[in-house]
Design a protein around this ligand. Structure first.
Ligand SMILES: [Cu+2]
Length: 399
């Protein structure tokens, strides 16, 4: 019976999708999530069907800094899902975690039985179990999916779910980026995050800490949108160097243009999305980062401040400097080698990586020549160098 019903609905929705595809509308810019892959659906009777598996994932958030977290389909955060307004969607969800879970479809207008709230709308999916979600999406906001168990959220179980509007928003953007903000408490020699923590020493965009976040590379003059999604314990004030941007949308959708306002730091609260747009007028290497000072460093806990003195990270012949109250605070330890294999880092000034740490990435506004060179390197990537000394790659500066 359910199969007949799905087949019937599928044909109807297949028809409506064909109609919407025929309507004249500009092609939207592709949605790019640096360092994160996409989950491709299979079209079955007009329904976009995704296979989503919750599982333990091992990732490298910075060279040599391993993270064993809970994600989806081998990725933490999970892979990005994309559909179009009006699509019928089916998600075949499998639980490969050792405890019950459920997927909450965050920001979705779907029947409460499809919402993923355990107990209320469905039973938890047991380890080894499968659960099928199915819904039609007549909305266009930036949504996400995540485990509906809070400690599993803190183990990383979240991903983007984008619903493209039938008619792309105006003004049209040339580049459309998404970044997921997360925080981790990682103790020495242990890749499993402490999910009970209230203080965090590793901060990531799309599962990478600066300087290991892959830069967003745009051509001068392009209009850029960046969608910032926060899922953690803290709110993050995200600052962009060099530009004023407009705050154009929340997790609830796009604001009318009269309600946009200029900023250069946008506060992204927990479970919120903030979308910013601007014209990439100025050539250069522009940092985008959370401005909480402790969120622009890596491995901060054992490294920073006078308490750490004697740990071997500062010069031993610094008797005079020790007389200065507060010394030591920051450090400067350039080593670009672990990042030089990335095409997106081509042409950066020497020592660039020493300034990058934590929840920090780059917006690179480049000339046509540099853009072409980076495109060429993406087609023929250079070999990756092994880190010369993995212990030297975990310090961050911040600016
Ligand atoms: Cu922050």
């Amino acid at each position: 019976m359910p199969f007949h019903r799905r087949g019937f609905l599928g044909r109807i929705f297949s028809g409506s999708a064909a109609l919407s595809a025929a309507a004249p509308s500009p092609v939207p810019a592709p949605f790019e999530t640096p360092d994160l892959g996409k989950l491709q659906p299979r079209l079955t009777d007009g329904v976009k069907e995704f296979q989503l598996t919750a599982e333990v994932v091992t990732a490298e958030i910075a060279p040599g800094r391993m993270l064993t977290a809970w994600g989806y389909n081998g990725s933490v955060p999970g892979p990005t899902m994309e559909v179009n307004e009006g699509d019928r969607v089916r998600v075949v969800f499998r639980n490969h975690l050792p405890e019950p879970t459920a997927v909450h479809w965050h920001g979705f207008e779907v029947p409460h039985t499809q919402d993923g709230s355990v107990g209320l709308g469905q039973d938890p999916t047991p380890p080894g179990g499968t659960h099928i979600y199915e819904f039609t999406l007549n909305q266009t906001n930036t949504c996400f999916y995540h485990s509906h168990f809070p400690m599993q959220e803190m183990m990383g179980a979240i991903g983007f779910f984008l619903i493209h509007p039938r008619r792309p928003a105006v003004p049209r953007v040339d580049r459309d980026y998404g970044l997921i903000l997360q925080e981790w408490d990682l103790r020495p020699n242990n890749p499993v995050p402490n999910s009970l923590a209230m203080e965090f020493n590793w901060l990531t965009f799309n599962g990478k800490s600066g300087p290991d976040c892959t830069p967003m590379v745009v051509r001068q003059g392009e209009r850029v949108r960046i969608r910032l999604l926060n899922m953690g314990m803290d709110h993050h004030p995200v600052h962009l160097h060099g530009f004023q941007f407009m705050m154009t949308a929340t997790e609830g959708g796009r604001l009318p243009e009269a309600l946009w306002y200029p900023q250069n730091t946008v506060l992204v609260g927990v479970a919120q999305v903030r979308e910013i747009e601007f014209e990439a007028k100025y050539l250069g290497e522009w940092m985008l980062h959370c401005h909480l000072p402790h969120h622009m460093m890596n491995n901060m806990f054992p490294m920073a401040g006078p308490m750490s003195h004697g740990a071997g990270h500062w010069p031993q012949d610094d008797a005079e400097r020790k007389k200065v109250p507060g010394y030591p605070q920051d450090m400067w330890m350039p080593d670009d080698d672990p990042y030089s294999h990335k095409p997106e880092n081509f042409g950066l000034r020497r020592s660039w990586s020493a300034a990058m740490g934590g929840m920090m990435t780059l917006l690179r506004v480049v000339t046509p020549e540099t853009y072409a060179k980076i495109e060429e390197l993406r087609r023929n990537p250079p070999p990756r160098k092994a880190p010369s000394n993995p212990h030297e790659h975990h310090q961050g500066g911040a600016k």
